[in-house]
Design a protein around this ligand. Structure first.
Ligand code: ATP
Length: 442
């Protein structure tokens, strides 16, 4: 069981340079975060695991990178200009603003404790607006995309015809999205700039229910195959009053976040033919599909799994976090913090640790580190006692530590320590790479 609170994760991330506030030397920028050396490896591993499963391992999904700035007409057609809004209320006492659906309006203001005295809810559009080129007038306004999905819809025909994919098939994309959230917070759970991993799966109308069920299972399996505790994740169907303007049936994959309870990790929606029809109407282009086998023409329905990279990475961090008792060399019991991350997600796969700074050990340790690094992301650490160095690697989830000691110079063997069991094995240097390759579950 994880022992994490959001605070312990924030502290670990800050202490080890995984994630920390952006623009910190200027006091930071609310809800903006920077991912340091270990954080970017972790985040990239989450993205790669998704891409591998969703694109590389499938014959029926292709990738896309569409631009963040798109024609403003896209957002008119998609309904975002009119309806991508959250209800905003303001406390008449302290003037703090909240999302009306995130607080209990019958109670005092969570900020100043006064009231309740709220302004009437008004719809606040979440899209960031900017101007293209040097003229700042409304005819030059563009939006930062609030979702990557529209790129897949407006490029549907080009991608379909050039990749020669037949329906059912999907288009996947990873990239930045921007939402001017009224109340960002809970670390990287809700930010105004974030990355999404979305896939639009185009299907024949009438087969959409079947495909939604398929993707619900596939997406839950992705999380549990990467080690997420099944009891911490569940599917919840949206009530009819929760459904987005484009959706027929939607599920959230929820994770039990500490301190927040069950909260959305990923949304899986049946977007019907809403988007393709809307773009066909607004662009006056034919976005229908001709099925050459049945000689039918139709506008495909779309099943969309949509996941936030940072939110997923936070859930993996929380799920992997453990505080355990560990015996030290002297027989005492110490607390150790360990990230039991799936090997695929661990920022470094191996750490090479010469037992001491003694110059006799350095050439062999450096040579081994270089050899292992040619295959796996490898850390090299000489500073501090060996026990402390093991703890430092445990804390960031490195699956294996390789220790070079004085015996290694004589017997050509090193000690390999397993992060999870803390068991140590002597392995001959000639077999080390093959051993690591076998033990690492990549
Ligand atoms: P919420 O109800 O939490 O505002 P949403 O239903 O609007 O989310 P979607 O539009 O379904 O979210 O976006 C798909 C995924 O993108 C979400 O499940 C989440 O993982 C991620 N996401 C959405 N908004 C944010 C945000 N502000 N910060 C970080 N990740 C986000």
């Amino acid at each position: 069981m994880s022992h994490a609170t959001i605070e312990t994760i924030v502290n670990l991330c800050k202490r080890r340079g995984i994630v920390f506030p952006s623009s910190e030397i200027y006091g930071g920028l609310r809800s903006a975060w920077d991912w340091g050396p270990l954080g970017i490896e972790l985040k990239r591993n989450v993205k790669n695991a998704w891409w591998h499963r969703m694109v590389h391992q499938r014959d029926d999904v292709v990738g896309l990178e569409s631009s963040i700035l798109m024609s403003p007409k896209v957002w008119e057609a998609s309904g975002h200009v009119a309806t991508f809004t959250d209800p905003l209320v303001e406390c008449t006492n302290c003037h703090h603003r909240f999302r009306a659906d995130h607080i209990d309006l019958s109670r005092n203001c969570p900020d100043c404790g006064q009231g309740p005295s709220w302004t009437e809810p008004r719809q606040f559009n979440l899209m960031f607006k900017t101007h293209m080129g040097p003229v700042e007038d409304s005819s030059h306004a563009v939006y930062l995309r609030p979702e990557t999905a529209q790129g897949m819809f407006v490029d549907f025909q080009t991608v379909q015809s050039t990749s020669r994919k037949k329906i059912p098939f999907g288009i996947a994309q990873q990239g930045k999205s921007f939402r001017n959230e009224i109340t960002p917070g809970n670390f990287v759970f809700r930010t105004r700039e974030f990355e999404q991993m979305e896939m639009e799966f185009f299907v024949k109308p009438g087969t959409d229910d079947k495909w939604l069920d398929y993707w619900l299972k596939e997406r839950v399996d992705w999380f549990t195959d990467l080690g997420m505790t099944p009891d911490n994740i569940r599917l919840r169907e949206h009530e009819s009053d929760e459904l987005s303007h484009y959706a027929k049936r939607t599920y959230d994959i929820e994770y039990q976040f500490p301190g927040m309870g069950w909260s959305e990790l990923e949304g899986i929606a049946n977007r019907t033919d809403f988007d393709l029809k809307a773009h066909a109407e607004h662009s006056k282009q034919d976005l229908s599909y001709f099925d050459s086998e049945t000689e039918e023409r139709y506008v495909p329905y779309v099943i969309e799994p949509a996941l936030g990279v940072e939110r997923a990475t936070l859930a993996f961090l929380i799920d992997a976090y453990r505080e355990e008792e560990a015996p030290t060399a002297s027989g005492k019991v110490e607390k150790r913090t360990v990230l039991r991350l799936h090997h695929k997600l661990a920022p470094s796969k191996v750490a090479v640790l010469p037992l001491s700074k003694n110059a006799d050990l350095t050439p062999l340790a450096e040579k081994l580190a270089a050899e292992i690094r040619s295959k796996f992301v490898t850390d090299y650490d000489v500073a501090g006692s060996i026990g402390r160095r093991y703890r430092r690697q445990d804390e960031v989830g490195t699956p294996f530590c390789v220790t070079v000691d004085f015996d290694s110079l004589e017997d050509n063997q090193v000690t390999v320590r397993d992060r999870d069991s803390m068991e140590q094995e002597r392995i001959s240097i000639g077999e080390l790479l093959a051993y690591l390759e076998k033990r690492l579950n990549l």
